[in-house]
Design a binder for this molecule. Structure first.
Ligand code: NAD
Length: 481
């Protein structure tokens, strides 16, 4: 059986104590590979390698163009290995292969290309001063970055963190989620092939609490911690990082509101709303899991929404025709099932869907749920949507903002003034109007409230992964004499 190893200091290595854990294919529910089980010892080795590569190696000392060339080569290698990378994520967590190969892997390559170019083009800012002084800002590499990733978009979210970290000259220790280790080790091999020096990108596998993950968050040699995952894990990591005052970036959970006004293009709103909740079997932080529909179109919208949801093709995620795969793990399936089983007791009605075979969940639509029902308040992270009618713009905004989360929201309307007005009033890091998940990598990405701390993307990633330094010079030669 294949073993997925750590990747430390340019080498594929097992754990010191030879510990391993099983990697389970959520479709077959069988053990597919074994994975090296890291602990504090592996975190220590990986951080030491990253520290040495940062303190004495060539990576932070290269020019942006030379580093950029290596990152572009890595992007090309990602493209050339699309099938292997896509299959790794698909078999690790059940994402349909059509999505992993046409969306996640190309976006991962783009992450490297974008940040390589962005860093080269934005490496300093000049601030001519009226006083006759000249100030400029240098964006210097921060040091060793610990990147801790979730399982729902494994390669895509890992590269979203490590691409800017590397482009800005940092070295990285990546800990992928325990359910999705495979693509990270392949990526590290490709980085070596692209010419990345040893110790610049390290990968350690294992769990979070009392394991390799936690060890990374308490290590004083780590200069930045970038984390994507659950809000409660984010709290634990912020507490751990506080000991060393290590800056953290936290991309956390969501409970996205999707507001459809009566003047919206109904068919377009239905299609986007379907994507917003059923893509990746609802295992999306940005999922539009609370769908608010203006009463005048509520019945027509719901009818069409259920029709389209019913036509989604479930099945083996390795089949290119599949649109809805299994949930990622037994543990996650059990969690989502408990939400569905609790709907009736909370006063809601399940109008379609429910539990399927194995670890699958059918597209599930819930109505009549009171605002304090668990399905309305907590992140389900599955293909479960709660649909609620509303009567006024103010009511829709009030309901949308009635959540501790604030990652994103969607608005469907043909009224331009309303689109701007409502977007301004929604508490969310991103508002999509008449669309969903359309990204410009320069734009800020992140959440308010329980959805996170900080922003990623373009200059926002630059702020986090660098130590900006101000240099102020007196350029008045006569005044200095
Ligand atoms: P999770 O919090 O369980 O785990 C994420 C990672 O953290 C894993 O690698 C895990 O091993 C590690 N970890 C857990 N406890 C740790 C600890 N104490 N110290 C260090 N590391 C620890 O999250 P998940 O279940 O993998 O992912 C799903 C969650 O991620 C959802 O809440 C989802 O909304 C969120 N998410 C957010 C975004 C975003 O951009 N805001 C994107 C994707 C997913």
């Amino acid at each position: 059986m294949e073993l997925i190893t750590h990747f430390i200091d340019g080498q594929e290595v097992e754990s010191k104590d030879n510990g391993r854990f099983d990697n389970i294919d959520p479709w077959t529910r069988e053990v597919r590979t074994e994975v090296a089980l890291g602990g504090p010892a592996e975190a220590d080795l990986a951080v030491a390698a990253a520290r040495e590569a940062f303190d004495s190696g060539p990576w932070p000392r290269m020019g942006f163009a030379e580093r950029g060339q290596i990152l572009h080569r890595l992007a090309d290698l990602i493209d050339a290995n699309t099938h292997e990378l896509a299959m790794a994520d698909t078999m690790d967590m059940g994402k349909p292969i059509a999505d992993s190969s046409s969306k996640d892997v190309p976006r991962s390559a783009l992450n490297f290309r974008f940040f390589a170019d962005h860093a080269r083009m934005s490496s300093a800012e000049t601030l001519p001063m009226d006083s006759g002084h000249h100030a400029y800002t240098r964006f210097e590499s921060a040091g060793v970055v610990a990147a801790i990733a979730p399982w729902n978009f494994p390669l895509m979210l890992e590269t979203w963190k490590i691409a800017p970290a590397l482009a800005w000259g940092n070295t990285v220790v990546l800990k992928p989620a325990e359910d999705t280790p495979h693509s990270a080790t392949i990526l590290a091999r490709l980085a070596r092939e692209a010419g990345m020096p040893p110790g610049v990108l390290n990968v350690v596998h294992g769990f979070g609490p009392d394991s390799v993950g936690e060890a990374l968050t308490t290590d004083a040699r780590v200069d930045r911690i970038t984390f994507t995952g659950e809000s409660n894990t984010g709290r634990a990591i912020a507490r751990a990082a506080a000991g060393n005052l290590t800056p953290v970036s936290l991309e956390l959970g969501g409970k996205g509101a999707n507001i459809v006004f009566a003047d919206a293009d109904l068919e377009s709103a239905v299609q986007w709303s379907i994507k917003a909740i059923f893509s990746n079997a609802g295992q999306v932080c940005l999922a539009g899991s609370r769908l608010f529909v203006e009463r005048g179109i509520y019945d027509a919208f719901l009818r069409r929404f259920c029709e389209v949801a019913d036509a989604l093709v479930p099945g083996d995620p390795k089949d290119p025709a599949t649109q809805l795969g299994p949930l990622a793990s037994a543990e996650h399936y059990t969690k989502v099932r408990s939400f569905i089983e609790g709907v009736a007791a909370d006063g809601g009605t399940t109008v379609m869907g429910g539990i399927g075979e194995g670890w699958t969940v059918r597209p599930t639509v819930v109505t009549d749920a009171p605002a304090d029902a668990r399905v309305c308040r907590e992140e389900i992270f599955g293909p479960v949507v709660v649909v609620t009618p509303f009567d006024s713009e103010a009511e829709a905004i009030g309901r949308a903002n009635d959540t501790p989360f604030g990652l994103n929201a969607m608005v469907f309307t043909e009224d331009l003034s309303r689109a701007h007005r409502v977007s301004a009033l929604l508490c969310a890091g991103t508002v999509w109007v008449n669309c969903f998940f359309v990204r410009d990598l320069r734009a800020p990405f992140g959440g308010v409230g329980d959805s996170g701390v900080g922003r990623e993307g373009g200059n926002f990633s630059r702020e986090f992964f660098t130590e900006p330094k101000a240099v102020v010079m007196d350029i008045r030669s006569e005044a200095r004499r």
